[in-house]
Design a protein around this ligand. Structure first.
Ligand code: MOS
Length: 718
């Protein structure tokens, strides 16, 4: 149990987030957002704004900043504001006002008069279904048993068929730290302080948009106040602050207000998912069909891959058919949000599996066990490790699953029900490079450019480094969040521990080699000896030994450094990789008011090796709570005008402490060294997967009412 190393700085207010940085001569920017959902900007009268006190610059598509479309090394094209006069959604950034103070910038922004030629806006997924398009990058998939002509034929041949449509709501990113940036130019070099999920990615995107050399942009984000996918791409404030700072020759700070975060960033797409499951009497799945439609922004920049992200891998079945469509809408851009694909996808699939269990009269855990896959359907590569059955066994015992009746139970005025769901999220990793420096005072610095948006990566670096170098963790200073450090990939896709952690192990071997070479070189303190390394010390065959600090002092060096890199490779040709989990929920539905209260939940996860129990538990718990939020609270609603009706934290519901009475997390601990040297499989996203279905399944168990959309509200249970 290690408390996060950056914890004290965060809770005492000493951690400086992007917008906490201030510089002499700094100016403040405020974003102007569109007030229609679709159309063209015909005019922007900035006369009054320009004449307002303290105003330094007013930038619009008619008088833009020097910016162009950005290329991200990982995500392709990234949207950059003020490039044209098209308005694709309500609350789109269309202007930027910079003034001496924040208040002056905000006041002047209110004086900008915009004339639009409005066009009809479509903001509801249901309304847009008729215009659905093939989703780029996700081909329809059909795996059929020999002799079977179509998925319909396989379904028709099944004894029991469940065929239903499920819906999930638009969700918003609302990390504690709103998207913000401070940009400072010194001659031709830019430094940007802005929370994001990978500083080198942000530096590359900014350089591309600004038309400057990548090496001249430095992105710093040692502290990130939450990201969850919403800070994977560079945000509008960072592009605008960087370009305005260049235009004005002064540092510029730009921060979104909480309300602006709801439209000027990006969120999770609403989905409609049709699922058909065909099974034999004994529960064996014969056919799985999953057709999905997800909302996307007008620029089609993101697909929420519910079909391919979920049903492709979850259950063994001889016949599988998947399709994924997008529905371009006049809504804020969609993007990654914790478990993109699997979070809404698992609501549909795991609700349908529960419905199948009811139709078969079978325990839902038993049904899942019977259809557990040893490899993704249609693929030859078996899972490198899978302990899902054990997750269910442990969970069932700990949760008291045996006490569950198929019709729930009553407790006074409350109807009580239990539900389960499977959780899966692919185990991935990215190339990462880490530098380790051993110093003459016996301390160690470990640096890489990745980010710790609250995931605990900083502490993981120190723990893996301590283990790899066999030195106490207290002597290690981990460093993240600087694009000048070796490229550490990003904190996204549940990859950071596997990626950066594996690189730490390689770098440790490299730096020990370099240390031994210094010690044994002619003139070195152990010249000519055969050397080994143990517990932070260099050992000679003859029994002499020195700490690494002593070696460095003996050769008169302050430090010795080495980098190590690790990347996915040959293992991808040998196995499939995934984290697994079993989610248990108990709900109480009030007989008369019909309110649903979560009473207990438990997640048991197979995420490979757990490096830091405390942080891992918090990570899983946070995901589970978000799952409850999706099930019972969260939905961004749009008015007819396309304006979000509840685009702030007053109207957009999220759970508070009273909504989450008892939550429990357990891990089965099987290091997966077939996946990477550290043995971890990733747990950033899996915590949220399956929870919404487990809640809905518990609601069904309690009430006999099957709600096929989330969030579930009182009205659904009347
Ligand atoms: Mo995560 S949605 O990959 O940041």
């Amino acid at each position: 149990m290690t408390s996060r190393l950056d914890g004290p700085l965060k809770v005492t207010g000493q951690a400086k987030y992007g917008a906490d940085h201030n510089f002499p001569g700094m100016a403040y920017g405020y974003l102007v957002l569109s007030t229609i959902a679709h159309g063209e900007i015909e005019t922007m009268d900035v006369t009054a704004a320009k004449g307002a006190p303290g105003v330094l610059g007013v930038y619009t598509p008619f008088d833009p900043l020097e910016l162009s479309k950005a290329q991200s090394p990982l995500f392709g094209e990234t949207w950059v504001p003020l490039q044209d006069r098209e308005v694709a959604y309500y609350g789109q950034p269309i202007g930027f006002v910079v003034a001496e103070t924040f208040e002056q910038a905000r006041d002047a922004a209110m004086l900008v008069e915009v004339g639009y030629r409005a066009r009809p806006a479509v903001t509801s997924l249901e309304d847009g279904l008729a215009t659905a398009e093939e989703a780029p990058g996700t081909e329809d998939l059909a795996v059929l048993a020999e002799g079977v002509e179509s998925i319909e034929e396989a379904l028709a041949a099944s004894s029991v068929v469940v065929e239903q449509t499920y819906r999930t709501a638009t969700q918003n990113h609302a990390a504690m730290e709103p998207h913000s940036a401070v940009a400072v130019w010194e001659s031709d070099a830019l430094t940007v302080y802005s929370g994001n999920q990978g500083s080198d990615l942000q530096a590359a995107e900014l350089a591309s948009a600004l038309g400057v050399d990548g090496a001249s942009v430095r992105a710093l984000n040692p502290f990130v106040g939450g990201a969850f996918g919403g800070k994977a791409r560079t945000s509008a404030p960072a592009f605008l602050a960087a370009a305005a700072a260049r235009a004005l020759g002064r540092p510029v700070k730009a921060a979104l207000t909480r309300e602006q975060v709801f439209t000027a960033t990006a969120g999770r797409a609403a989905t409609v998912q049709k699922i058909a499951l065909g099974a034999a009497e004994d529960g064996t799945l014969i056919a799985v069909r999953h057709d999905s439609w997800c909302a996307t922004a007008a620029d089609r920049s993101f697909v929420e891959p519910t079909s391919h992200g979920t049903s492709r891998e979850w259950y063994a079945t001889q016949n599988l058919a998947l399709s994924q469509k997008i529905v371009p809408l006049n809504v804020p851009p969609t993007t990654f949000m914790r478990a993109p694909g699997e979070a809404p996808g698992s609501f549909a699939l795991e609700s349908a599996i529960d419905e199948l269990a009811v139709a078969l009269g079978m325990d839902p855990i038993e049904l899942r066990r019977r259809n557990s896959s040893i490899a993704p359907p249609g693929k030859d590569l078996q899972w490198s490790s899978k302990h899902l059955d054990e997750c269910f066994q442990i969970g069932a015992q700990r949760f008291g699953w045996a006490q569950r009746s198929p019709r729930g139970r009553e407790d006074g005025d409350w109807l009580v029900g239990m539900g389960v769901a499977t959780a899966m999220f692919p185990a991935l990793r990215f190339p990462a490079t880490v530098e380790i420096t051993l110093r003459e005072d016996g301390t160690v610095v470990i640096s890489t450019s990745g980010a710790d948006p609250g995931t605990g990566l900083l502490t993981v670096l120190a723990l893996v480094g301590a283990e790899s170098l066999a030195v106490p963790v207290e002597r290690i200073t981990p460093r993240l969040g600087d694009s000048a450090f070796p490229s550490g990939g990003m904190s996204g896709g549940s990859t950071a521990t596997a990626s950066a952690g594996s690189a730490v192990m390689v770098a440790a071997v490299e730096v020990i080699d370099a240390l031994l070479a210094l010690a044994s070189a002619p003139g070195g303190p152990l010249a000519g000896a055969e050397l080994s390394y143990e517990d932070g010390r260099v050992l000679a065959e003859d029994g002499r030994s020195m700490s690494f600090g002593e070696v460095l002092r003996a050769v008169d060096r302050e430090s010795v450094s080495a980098t190590g890199s690790s990347a996915p490779g040959e293992e991808l040709t040998k196995h499939s990789f995934s984290s697994f989990g079993a989610q248990f929920c108990e709900v109480r539905v009030h007989k008369w008011t019909r309110e649903t209260r979560l009473s207990r939940m438990l997640g048991v996860f197979d995420c490979g090796r757990i490096i830091n129990e405390k942080a891992a538990r918090s990570q899983a718990l946070g995901g589970m709570i978000w799952g409850v939020s999706a099930a019972l609270h969260e939905a961004l609603e749009f008015e007819g005008s396309g304006r979000p009706a509840n685009g702030d934290l007053a109207g957009y519901l999220v759970p508070v402490n009273a909504d989450i009475p008892e939550a429990d997390v357990e891990f089965v601990r099987y290091p997966d060294t077939l996946h990477n040297a550290v043995g971890s499989k990733g747990l950033g996203e899996i915590g949220t997967v399956g929870v919404a279905a487990a809640v809905a399944n518990a609601v069904y168990n309690a009430t006999g009412l099957r709600v096929r959309h989330i969030p579930i509200t009182i009205e659904d249970l009347l």
